[in-house]
Design a protein around this ligand. Structure first.
Ligand code: CTP
Length: 413
């Protein structure tokens, strides 16, 4: 259990802070909500008090003997400000202490995550951007806002990311500190495949696999939080798109191949800096796909299913990669009588020719659909990286750190 301060400032997205509070308490954390007076125009103090089980005040004049403005910040393991309005970011950047939340920000020794939400014009204004840069320079994490529908009919960057995304990223910072979410992918284009392909047999049946897509989703969410422009080629995953991420839905291995080759780009502006193949691609597909449903007791009843090899998408991406692009493969391996997991994985890294191979030990059959994971990132050149057991988002952060260490400097730098 950790002690989380949830700062809420006065924007309409304050209603989503209620769901974030719920996500934190359900994960077992002790949450103290510190709203600004403006936030209470949108959500009542009673809601925050009932759901957190802790008192809620906005100023430094209540419970004076408690010296709340010092104690709350000092005792916190993490401060998350969601939504962080343009005004709150400005006051935090100035180091003001004119309410309990800004005073708490000045006394907190722990990591601080700001989750901005405001109108696009306010977000893009140089004053706000300067304040964000100041807060980041001082070590705070400032998440990029989601792009989408704002209050009223307009749309653009400024939306609060979904509470599930914020909670997952807050977990990364709790586990690894603010250093786990640096802005090191800013200006980078990243293409990730996720999920598992389905190879149709007839209009209702398919050959599939058990991949949930959760690790690929976590990779996309963390890359977006670290500043990347992210495309997620998603094979049969029904999870909502992480904030700021463009999802390209696909079904079969052939569709996934076409989408990955197009999105990876063979040159020019669309070239991806990093391509990650975390999808479970079916190695085989039925030779024929029946146009109508296969029925028992008819002439069409199959006695066996003939299969043909699917293309190896990772190997093709490696062959066609433009200079400077980093290609990352995944391997779920088990040890056997011939060799252990890492020996099999190193042979696969050489066979596939990719730059990095993220290895999951699935000997215990424990990875599919689970919320946590542990991996080793094998490198074609340079040292391997062991990413310890943690949430799939924490593991994603470890994988991106191994990737960014190998990225060539951005063009023009
Ligand atoms: N992969 C791919 N195309 C395929 C099969 C796999 O691009 N037709 C990619 C996966 O996305 C993953 C990597 O290759 O990044 C390793 O997948 P895996 O199934 O372990 O590789 P295989 O070559 O099928 O190895 P094995 O013989 O062990 O099944």
């Amino acid at each position: 259990m950790s002690r989380i301060v949830l700062g809420v400032s006065g924007g309409v997205a304050a209603y989503k802070a209620v769901l974030l509070l719920r996500a934190f308490t359900e994960a077992g954390h002790d949450v103290r909500v510190v709203p600004t007076p403006g936030a209470l125009h949108f959500v009542g103090a009673a809601t925050f008090e009932a759901l957190s089980g802790n008192p809620v005040t906005t100023d430094v004049w209540s419970d004076v003997p408690e010296v709340a403005h010092v104690r709350i910040g000092q005792e916190a393991d993490l401060v998350v400000v969601a939504p962080a309005t343009a005004d709150l970011l400005a006051r935090a950047a100035m180091g003001r202490a004119d309410d309990l939340l800004t005073a708490t920000l000045l006394t907190a020794h722990c990591p601080v995550v700001f989750v901005p939400a405001m109108h696009t014009e306010m977000w893009l204004h140089p004053a706000t951007q300067d304040n964000v840069a100041t807060l980041r320079r001082r070590g705070a994490v400032v998440l990029p806002p989601a792009i989408g529908r704002l209050t009223g009919p307009d749309s653009g960057p400024g939306r609060l990311p979904e509470p599930t995304d914020i909670a997952a990223l807050a977990g990364v910072v709790l586990a690894g500190g603010a250093a786990a979410l640096p802005g090191d992918l800013t200006g980078r284009r990243v293409v990730i495949s996720a999920g598992g392909t389905r190879e149709p047999l007839d209009p209702v049946r398919y050959l599939g696999n058990r991949s949930s897509g959760k690790q690929g989703w976590a990779l996309a969410r963390v890359a977006a939080a670290r500043g990347a422009d992210v495309v997620l080629v998603a094979a049969n995953v029904e999870i909502a798109a992480p904030f700021g991420v463009r999802v390209v839905p696909v079904g079969t291995a052939e569709e996934l191949r076409a989408a990955m080759l197009a999105e990876a780009g063979a040159g020019g502006e669309a070239m991806a800096d990093v391509v990650v193949m975390s999808a479970a691609v079916a190695d085989f597909r039925p030779v024929t796909v029946a146009a109508t449903k296969l029925k028992k007791g008819t002439a069409g009843e199959p006695s066996a299913i003939a299969l043909v090899r699917n293309p190896d998408v990772l190997a093709e991406l490696v062959t066609k990669r433009p200079p400077g692009q980093l290609v990352v493969g995944f391997a779920a391996e088990t040890g056997d009588g011939d060799a252990d997991v890492l020996t099999h994985a190193r042979a696969k890294l050489l066979r596939k020719g990719c730059d990095l191979l993220v290895v999951n030990d699935v000997s215990a059959g424990q990875v599919f659909g689970r919320a946590d994971n542990a991996v080793v990132v094998l490198a074609a050149e340079g040292p391997d990286t062991e990413v310890p057991h943690g949430s799939k988002d924490a593991v994603a952060a470890g994988i991106w750190t191994a990737v960014t260490a190998r990225l060539a400097p951005p063009a023009g730098s």
